[in-house]
Every structure is written in structure tokens, then in C-alpha cells.
Design a protein around this ligand. Sequence first.
Ligand code: SAM
Length: 392
Amino acid sequence: MELDAYARTSKNQYAAHEKTRHLLQSSMERLARRCHFEDQGSCMDAAPRRRRHIVDLGSADGTSSMATLQFAVASLNQATDDDGPIPLHVTFEEHPASDEKKLRTTLDHHDDWFKRNDITRTITMRSFYEPLFQPESIDFLMSYICLHWLDSSALDDIATWKRLGIDSHQQELLLKFTKVNESSAPENVREQWRTELAHRHLAKFLAFRANELLPGAEAVLVMVGHPHRFVTPEDGGPGPLTRAMARCIARGDMREDVLRRTIVPYFLRTEEDARAAFNLAANIEVPSSTSAGLSSRPGALLELIDCHSFETITAGSDDDDVIGGAFDLFWSIHSNSVISAGATTDELNILKEETKQIFYEIYDAKEGILSTFVALVVRKRTRVQWGTGRST
Ligand SMILES: C[S@@+](CC[C@H](N)C(=O)[O-])C[C@H]1O[C@@H](n2cnc3c(N)ncnc32)[C@H](O)[C@@H]1O
């Protein structure tokens, strides 16, 4: 992702945060109750009040994360009867390839707010598809607009994913799509991604987090879902990036091989996909960090409190250029995949103009771009329900 450009345009999809405020608020109210009971116990033992640990996974440049964190902290503190804010430690996590300095600068701008609310903070630059925290060390976790990105960290060459399920004599299929959810992508390839990659990656993520959440702790997870008009436009054809690349190739402005290799490593899930991954998480073995050789299945302790998809409109906030704003967001998210496929600067610049042109052709400024998101709220139970092998 192009972080500078994303920082300027992330507000264009902030509706996905706003439309899930009620989930966040309810989680914060439950956290406030857990804090209250625990603090009563500490008070009787004359023990100091514990600083609670909140985690934001995939913080990008920090702009949207901070806006949502501020809402969460206000909800939490409003829900307590205690004097003064509940002391918190917040970990902002982001992919190691991202710009830590940019994230740090955004957070530093909010220094006064952190101090006023008795919040300490750290940044960790690690992939969320690996163990991140000590077992039972998180009081609340949130991740917005991230988990549709799959775990591509073990891959030297992302183009190998595009070829999954495509035989050597079907190479022309590689020129039909840049995202596996596009209507022009071969259905068997999409199905292979669904079961071999998307379900497994989200299940692995959930199992790691289940290990790290405290019993009773919750996570709010919001990801881009299917359908999203960036990927499946209303006319039923391929997405704007694939169309633009095909036009550039036809004019001789881009080598065919760039399109053959371009694949955006995300999978847009339906609610059913998210549920399937959640169920799979119960079977994932997570090695124990304390007892050598032992492992457990912490995902079996997760309870699904909520899982639903909802629609928003992605659009530029400038009334005069609604589509231009949506395009800028799109380009900040997707251009890196074209660079990874080996595009030259000239090819990339021409492609950018062509993609923008297609945006004005296929999207309606009045309507904006219809987008689906999937929201999950999960809670870690204190024990596996007897007889089922998993929590219900
Ligand atoms: C669209 S941005 C969302 C940022 C922010 N949470 C928001 O709501 O605007 C997706 C973020 O997920 C991050 N991301 C993707 N895969 C990741 C991974 N495996 N580990 C950590 N971060 C990841 C990207 O680097 C990017 O910053």
C-alpha cells in the first residue's frame, strides 16, 4: 500500500468504521464491566489497578486508527463509574514493510490526548499472521479494513498465487484478472483461494489471537467483503485495474507480462466465508510458548458474538470530485501490486491515467462506489464447552 496517499484518502472508506460504532461501543461497555469487577477485587487486596492492554492491528499511518481509538476510549470511560480514566496501554501494530516513522508522527500529534487519558503506547512492526503477544495479555483487540489481505509473507513471488489452478496451456487466463474476486477470474482459481488461502489465513489469525486474548476479552474485526464495486463493477465486467491494463497492452503502452504477473493478494469474503474461517480456527494448533513440544487449540475457545455484512459507499469527500477521491484511494491500495509485477515507471504512469479514466466511465458520482464489509465480534471464553470440543 502507498502509505502517504492512503493517509490522505483513508477517510474515503472511514464509513466502515462509523457503521460499526455500535459494535465497538458494546464491546467497550462489556470491558468496562470486566474492569470494574477486577478492580473491586484488586482494591480489597490493596493491589494497584491494572493497566489494560488494547491492540490495534494494521494501523497504517494511524489516522483512522486514532479516530476510532478515541471513540473507543471515550465509550470505555463513559461506561465506568470510577473517577478518572481507566489506565491503558495501546499497541499499534503494522506490517514490517510499512513506514513506522509516519505512524509514529501521527501518534505523536495526539500526545496530549494520550496523557490526558492516562494511556501509554508502543508501535510494533510485525505481520499479524504470526504470534505477536504473550498468552492472555490482551484486554481488547480491533482491526479495521485489514484482514482481507492474505498472508503473503512466505512468498518470494506473489505471481505463483495467480497461477494456482491454472494449467500451463491456459496461460491466456492470466490476462483476464488482477483480483481473484473479479467476475473474469476463473471460478476454480477463486474456489482454490477461498479454501486453501482465505479460510486458512483468517483461521490462523484467529487462533493466534485466541491464545493472546485474556479470558472474556473481545475483538472487533472489520474487513472488506464481497461484493465491492472496485472489484465487481455493476456492469458485470472486470474491475477497473484489469480493464485499464488490457487497454494499455492493446495500445502497446504496457508489456503483457506485467498483467500476467499482477495479482492483488486479498480475498473479499462473504459473511459465510468469515463463518467458515471462524469454525476452522477451532482446529488450528498453536505451539505453547511455555511448555516445549506442547501445543493447544485456543481457537476452540472463541465465541462468535456477531458476524454480519453491511454496505457503505466509498467516495471522495470533495463534492466536486467524488470519483477522483475514490480513485486516489483505489490507487494508493492497488498500485504496489502492479509495481511488484515488474511495471516500469512509464508503464505505471500511463496505467494510472487509464485507470482514472475508467473510473469516470464506469462509476456514477451521485452514487459513489457501493462497498460491502464484513464485521466480526469474537470473545474468548474461559473454557471449552463440555462435549463439543469447541465453544458455542
Ligand atoms: C486499508 S489499510 C487499513 C488501515 C486502517 N486500519 C484503516 O482502517 O484505515 C490496511 C492495512 O493493513 C496492513 N496489513 C496488511 N497485511 C498485514 C499483515 N500481514 N500484518 C500487519 N498489517 C498488515 C497494511 O499494511 C495496511 O496498512
